[in-house]
Structures are given as C-alpha cells and as structure tokens.
Design a protein around this ligand. Sequence first.
Ligand code: IDP
Ligand code: MG
Length: 141
Amino acid sequence: MSTSEKTLVLVKPDGVARGLVGEIIGRIERKGYTISQLRMLQADRALLEQHYAEHQGKPFFEPLVEFMLSGPIVALVVEGNRVIEGFRNIAGTTDPTVADPGTIRGDLARDAGTKVTQNLVHGSDSVESAAREIAIFFGGK
Ligand code: IDP
Ligand code: MG
C-alpha cells in the first residue's frame, strides 16, 4: 500500500527576508522528499483569509494576515510517503522558543516579540488540509 502524500509548504515572509529559502528547501531535499511545484508570490488578503480560515476570530488572526502580507512568500508542493507528518516534524513545533533543536523552527527562529509568532514555515496538518491548501496556491493541479 502506498502512503505517498502531498503537502503544502510555505516559506513565510520572515524566511524570505532572512535569506533562508535555500536552507529550508535544502532541508526538505536532504530529508529525501520531492519538490513537485514551487512559486514565489506576494499573497493578497483574500488568499490568506482562505488559507487561514480555521483561525478566523482568534486574537492572532489579524496580526497573522498582516505578517503574511508583509513580503513575498514561497509556496511549494512537497511529496513523499507520510510527508505531511514528516514535514511537520522537520519544521518543529509552532513556538520557536520551545521547538526542538534540529528542526527548522528550533534552529533558525526565535521569539521576535511580535503579536503573531514568526516561525519561518507553514506545513499542512492533514490530507484534507493539504488538498484544500494546494488548491488555493496552485489551482488544484
Ligand atoms: P502551525 O503553523 O504550527 O500549524 P497553527 O496553530 O496552524 O500553527 O497557527 C498558524 C500560525 O499562526 C502559526 O504558525 C503562527 O505563525 C501563528 N500562531 C499560532 N498560534 C499563535 C499564538 O498563540 N500566538 C501568536 N501567533 C500564533
Ligand atoms: Mg497549522
């Protein structure tokens, strides 16, 4: 039985601004996953409100949208067996202060003292989220 999956990864504006796109993509490639689609874009509010719909109404929602609008991002479709879980493991937990060393967030991010946690990357959290998010960023292809 194949467990090959696709996940949506975003390098957030802090990752692009800090010149960490190559480092982050390198970690995904060295882990052995396949990058099947990639684009750099400036997101707009409508796209972000769709992408982060589950967080509407939370106190960090507006700061999150503003942060994600603050500069270009890189969107990738990454493929491999159990890649959804695997990428979230190499990304590390949401709060970079406590993310494990060896993870993207644990090694490369820290508390920036902002209303929204700046943590370099997004990764889909389920098969359903991945399909929904890939459709938002890549038109369902
Ligand atoms: P995830 O990115 O680790 O899946 P989510 O809970 O889906 O985390 O939250 C989306 C993003 O919103 C996080 O990556 C982070 O940037 C921000 N965020 C989440 N929870 C908080 C919070 O409690 N305070 C501030 N920002 C948060
Ligand atoms: Mg999430």
